[in-house]
Design a protein around this ligand. Structure first.
Ligand SMILES: Nc1ncnc2c1ncn2[C@@H]1O[C@H](COP(=O)(O)OP(=O)(O)OP(=O)(O)O)[C@@H](O)[C@H]1O
Ligand SMILES: O=C(O)c1ccc[n+]([C@@H]2O[C@H](COP(=O)([O-])O)[C@@H](O)[C@H]2O)c1
Length: 201
């Protein structure tokens, strides 16, 4: 049974923070691989300022090179945009794989606004990765009021395939302050130089 971590994101662009925290999660959770689901468009984020999917995917592939991380545009191919729909389809398509949903603490703070977020938690365990500046928000997140009772200790992270659902674990690695917002602020034209630029999404 292959153990796979799923990290959904805009990857606008992918950065070394994504790579570092994903590699640390692979280690902490005993994963065979991680898939980066490069989103055709986060339903809660404005499309303005979003580079084309082909460019974001190319940046994710480059950042994931020589690791067990696979960058994928499967959401565009499945025609899904909401995470609950994507995860339902992935489970149907890959019944022999075991999935865990990975997300940074900033996403947990917003999680109660996602479509069918409780349904997501009933589909697969959730591993939240600490992120500088967001950890207090995450612990106080509206979704945590419900998720807290399903929390497992970090020390048991490798046993996630045995957990009954819902299940959540809060992971803490060496904090990585990298963010795509900060990278775009210093290099707003990054996508024009990147492989894949010029192709439509
Ligand atoms: N430095 C980091 N530490 C922990 N988690 C991270 C880090 N960077 C990104 N993530 C997580 O990776 C996933 C995808 O992130 P995303 O592509 O939105 O990057 P971002 O840096 O958060 O972008 P932006 O600043 O544009 O919102 C999210 O779950 C996010 O929380
Ligand atoms: O399903 C939803 O309602 C939903 C709302 C907001 C964000 N998401 C997902 O959260 C992941 C992180 O998005 P982002 O833009 O913060 O990198 C990405 O996979 C999005 O599709 C999903």
């Amino acid at each position: 049974m292959t153990r796979i971590g799923l990290l959904g994101g805009s990857f606008n662009p992918a950065h070394r923070g994504h790579r570092r925290v994903t590699l640390a999660a692979i280690d902490a959770l005993g994963l065979d691989e991680a898939w980066w689901l490069v989103s055709p468009g986060n339903p809660l984020k404005p499309a303005a300022g979003m580079a084309p999917l082909a460019v974001r995917l190319a940046s994710a592939r480059a950042m994931a090179r020589r690791t067990p991380i696979r960058a994928s545009d499967i959401e565009a191919r499945l025609g899904t945009r909401y995470t609950a729909d994507t995860l339902r389809q992935l489970r149907r398509r890959y019944p022999r794989k075991r999935f865990v949903w990975l997300m940074g603490a900033d996403n947990l703070a917003q999680f109660h606004r996602w479509r069918d977020w409780r349904g997501i938690a009933r589909m697969m365990p959730i591993a939240v990765i600490a992120r500088p500046g967001y950890d207090d928000d995450a612990l106080a997140a509206p979704a945590m009021a419900w998720l807290r009772r399903f929390q497992h200790p970090r020390s048991a992270a490798k046993t996630w395939t045995t957990w009954s659902l819902p299940a959540i674990v809060l992971l803490r690695f060496r904090p990585d302050p990298t963010s795509a917002t900060a990278l775009r602020a210093v290099d707003p034209d990054w996508h024009r130089r990147h492989p894949g630029a010029g192709r439509s999404s």
